[in-house]
Design a protein around this ligand. Structure first.
Ligand code: ADP
Length: 244
């Protein structure tokens, strides 16, 4: 079995006005639960866009299970992606089950729909209208959608923004189960440093360059490192407000 799920080498992305990523290199092992932290404008979404094959104008290489993603898009089948704001209008008419069913080519596979809804603790709400659910519950439905194709890697872009504490605890328990019981590699960008500390075994601190990548406890338990990083992030944050 190839141990590395993802290898990123010297990844550089330049937009016309800003270098969003500068020679970022790190790798993610199969089974890792990686928390990516960084202030607004640190390049987290840009990194995900590159990994998902949406942004192709980058320098450097990205490999999934050893294969350069520029050479084939087959790797995308291995990834489940949960976007930042999956919020439906109040009166959106589709039910939870219908939303998940849209992901299926054989849309009569009820067992699979039940299974993925169970994995996100939403099976009892399968017949509810998605627009009537809370943001936290809607996000869980989006994870269920991402699970339909049995992904090896789940990428989540800052979930649980605008969600109450109880809902985020449920969300985190679900992620932990998926990682520990289904052995799904999780890559998750978050502003919540405490949650990253509690959940992730690895952490990547991004701020256009990679400030730290490694074992989560080694970062969070090193006060000097955390302080240094927070100060650098704050400066970046203020700078990004000055120029925009
Ligand atoms: P994050 O997700 O960490 O907030 P982003 O990847 O969204 O960071 O943004 C990194 C930097 O790149 C920011 O300065 C942002 O303004 C800029 N940026 C992001 N997307 C684009 C784009 N499509 N065109 C030009 N600049 C962009």
């Amino acid at each position: 079995m190839y141990l590395k799920a993802i290898e990123i080498n010297d990844l550089t992305v330049e937009y016309p006005e800003v270098k969003a990523l500068d020679k970022v290199s790190f790798s993610i092992n199969q089974g890792d639960f990686l928390g990516i932290i960084g202030p607004n404008g640190a390049g987290k979404s840009t990194l995900f866009s590159c990994m998902l094959g949406i942004l192709t104008k980058y320098k450097g290489t990205i490999r999934f299970f050893g294969e350069d993603i520029r050479k084939s898009r087959n790797y995308l089948k291995l990834i489940g992606y949960v976007p930042q704001k999956p919020v439906f209008e109040n009166n959106f008419p589709a039910t939870v089950k219908e939303i998940v069913r849209m992901q299926l080519t054989n849309n009569s596979d009820r067992q699979l729909i039940d299974k993925v809804l169970q994995q996100v603790w939403m099976h009892e709400l399968g017949n509810r209208r998605i627009g009537d659910l809370s943001i936290g519950q809607q996000q869980r439905v989006f994870i269920a959608k991402a699970l339909v194709h049995n992904p090896k890697i789940l990428i989540l872009d800052e979930p649980v923004t605008g969600v109450d504490i109880q809902s985020s605890e449920i969300f985190y328990s679900i992620l932990r189960d998926l990682n520990e019981k289904q052995n799904i590699t999780i890559i998750w960008s978050s502003h919540d440093m405490d949650a990253v500390h509690k959940l992730a075994n690895k952490v990547a601190c991004l701020n256009r360059t990679l400030f730290f990548h490694g074992i989560s406890a080694e970062f969070f338990e090193n006060e000097d490192l955390v302080k240094q990083y927070s100060e650098a992030s704050m400066q970046q944050h203020m700078h990004s407000h000055e120029i925009h």
